[in-house]
Ligand binder design. Structure first.
Ligand code: FA5
Length: 340
């Protein structure tokens, strides 16, 4: 019987070696190692042996079973590897090559700054309010105390859609929309967005740029509140070392009016093209909301007061990052944009 057993082993191994395809393996396994396989059938005969013969033959049979199982797994692994290699060689797509990295974009420097600004003002309790870029002459000018004959219109000439509709020249018309929407509640909002001007393009002036309007309306709001908010904002945004200068100014929709300048770090105050050789760059207009504008928004100026400001977005970024020409922001040059 021992001879029979060894013959079974030799036959199994020989046949296993001869197999060339993975698909042939289950049949071999069924024939030799399954419950109905030849080895199991052989083991069943052990019961007929005498008690002396049985242990030696049982042991030998188990060794054969183990050997066949090991060889089966080894051969299976080899055939699977062979199949994979053949597939890789014959296939046009090599799945083992590293993938092409997808280039990751990032936010435009203006969008990054807008988000940061919204968060800094958010900490001071200001909500973001959005208003349209295409505006009526009435909102953009008339209700802001700029009638059709007013000389201030020259400063803010823009692109006209028709006689009554313009691309807004500033974010200030949003003040009227917000007041009419929020009345009679107090207001604390910022209005970020694009504005358009009929403008001579220079290193510091574009014909389209971003502004961030701010508006606070309430009882007892004073100029000192405005200056406090602007100072806090500049420090949080640009650091304590940035100098801010406040000058008296004029806007038809604020009274009194101020302008806010930042020291020019492009030239360290020496004077350059961007700051027009002044050492300071004008970054915002502001003031106390004019009583006529409050009234146009629905608020009684005897009871209510408010402040408003309008920042340009690009100029402070120019100062912060040493950008020498505002045109870079809209030139779509990736060499510029990748730096932010
Ligand atoms: C205004 O637009 C007023 N609406 C601001 C305001 C709001 C005053 C609320 C009072 C109350 P001004 O035209 O100065 O003001 O523009 C405000 C800021 O926009 C400027 O300080 C400057 O930083 C920026 N700015 C103006 N023109 C340009 C331009 N052509 N290119 C880039 N930035 C500009």
């Amino acid at each position: 019987m021992l001879d029979q057993l060894h013959a079974l082993k030799d036959k199994g191994l020989r046949e296993l070696e001869a197999l060339r395809e993975v698909t042939q393996l289950p049949e071999w396994h069924r024939q030799y190692l399954s419950k109905k396989g030849e080895l199991t059938q052989f083991l069943k005969q052990l019961g007929q042996l005498s008690a002396e013969e049985r242990p030696a033959l049982g042991k030998a049979a188990n060794e054969v079973k183990q050997s066949l199982s090991e060889q089966f797994e080894l051969h299976q692994k080899q055939l699977q590897e062979k199949k994979l290699n053949e597939a890789l060689e014959s296939d046009e797509i090599d799945v083992t090559l590293p993938g092409r990295p997808a280039p990751r974009g990032h936010l435009h420097p203006c969008t990054q700054a807008l988000r940061r600004i919204a968060s800094v003002f958010g900490e001071m309790g200001f909500q973001v309010y959005e208003s349209p870029e295409v505006e009526t002459d009435e909102n953009n000018f008339q209700l802001l105390n700029i009638p059709s004959y007013h000389p201030a219109r020259d400063m803010w000439d823009t692109f006209w859609i028709n006689d009554e509709v313009v691309l807004r020249t500033h974010t200030s018309p949003g003040q009227i929309r917000a007041m009419r929407e929020f009345y009679p509640e107090p207001i604390r909002i910022i209005l970020p967005g694009k504005v358009y001007r009929y403008e001579q393009i220079t290193p510091r002036s574009e014909h389209q740029f971003y502004q961030i309007e701010g508006l606070a309306v309430g009882r007892n709001i004073k100029m000192t509140d405005l200056i406090g908010v602007i100072t806090e904002y500049s420090r949080k945004m640009y650091g304590m070392e940035r100098k801010v200068r406040i000058r008296g100014s004029y806007f038809p929709f604020t009274e009194p009016s101020i302008e806010v300048d930042m020291d020019c770090n492009l030239c360290d105050g020496e004077g350059c093209r961007v700051c027009k050789y002044a050492g300071w760059l004008e970054v915002a207009g502001a003031g106390m909301v004019h009583p006529v504008v409050l009234k146009n928004g629905g608020y009684d100026p005897e009871e209510w007061s408010g402040f408003a400001f309008g920042f340009g977005l690009e100029r402070p970024i120019m100062l912060q990052h040493g950008v020498e020409d505002i045109r870079y922001f809209y030139g779509n040059d990736l060499k510029f944009l990748h730096q932010f």
